[in-house]
Write a protein that binds this ligand. Sequence first.
Ligand SMILES: [Mg+2]
Length: 390
Amino acid sequence: MKITKIECFVLLVPDYRADANSSAQDNLVVKIHTDEGHIGIGETDTNPWVARAMIEARGTHIMGLGLTEMLIGADPTDVEGLWERMYRGSAMTGRRGLGICAIGALDMALWDLRGKIEGKPCWQLLGGSVNPNRITPYASLLPEGDDLDTYTRILVERAVKAKELGFRAVKLEVCTKGPYSHNSLQIEDDREIARVVQACREAIGPEITVMVDVAYAWRDWKEALRAIEMFADQDVFFIETPLPSDDVEGYAKLVHASPVRVAAGEWLNTRFEFLELFRAGGLDVAQPDVGRVGGLTEARRVAQHAADHGLLVVPHCWKSAIGIAASAHLSVVSPTCTHIECLPRELADSRLRRDLCSEELPIVDGYIPLPTKPGLGVAIDENALQSFRV
Ligand SMILES: [Mg+2]
């Protein structure tokens, strides 16, 4: 069996806002075809036009080969061999950053494809169920609102709604300051962040797990620690991306001092970037994004290294049901994975999140049952795919 064709789809919601901080407004979806009619699907979370160019570009020398050219004609079931081939063959152009995001979409599609060829769910192909915990999605909640009162009110409403939908855990996107704030909000006083967290906690009660994401809000670890201490009494499971990604020393100092677990890693590419943080003692919770980190092949390696360092894993995912399914399969094969991120279909502003897939992994009583269908277990709505294509 051979790979015969790779298709890339650049997708965008028609009502996107360039000043919003939600990457759920776009997507890069790939389909990998074989000569026997199987199709694997994957996605990645980066600029979709540039990722498509990375996948489709021709190679010009042996350290700058084209990703599509390397895959056409290859055995689709040799997934880890193909990862290595793509990583080495594109190393001068890729190796980190967007090159790895592009490989991530292809690797995700290759695991889906192999699952469909062999009639097995991806987690079985990836080594089996080493995680005795159930797959627990947490509802990622990003409210609308161009002022703090509206933002807080909608966030509280969505937290209550997530609880009603059966979610056992929610993450509050309190992106109200810093370089990645939502809708250009800039609220300097960190006590406001604590008030938002408290309002949500009071609305949903003590049983629901609460995480907080501030999207790189603070400039240094002492500013972060001071702010975290303001809401540490609200039983927060982790604080996400408190500092800029490359402040490895800052992360290490914050992890040592913080009363709340520190989580990061959504933008990191390959296990090598995670290992830098692990070795520095810079994380409590590793958050590989399956598409960005280099696919399921690389995400599983990150998860194993995290377990070896005594760290939790909670994969990042801000995309469609394709990526959520990839995270679910990763959870099953990751010894220390406690939750996976999920934009609830019912609470997502992005039509792309809501409509791209006609079939997704079900959530039953707040958990995702062990997937049984071949591959990732999701199906694309072809009409939706065409309608979002640009
Ligand atoms: Mg985040």
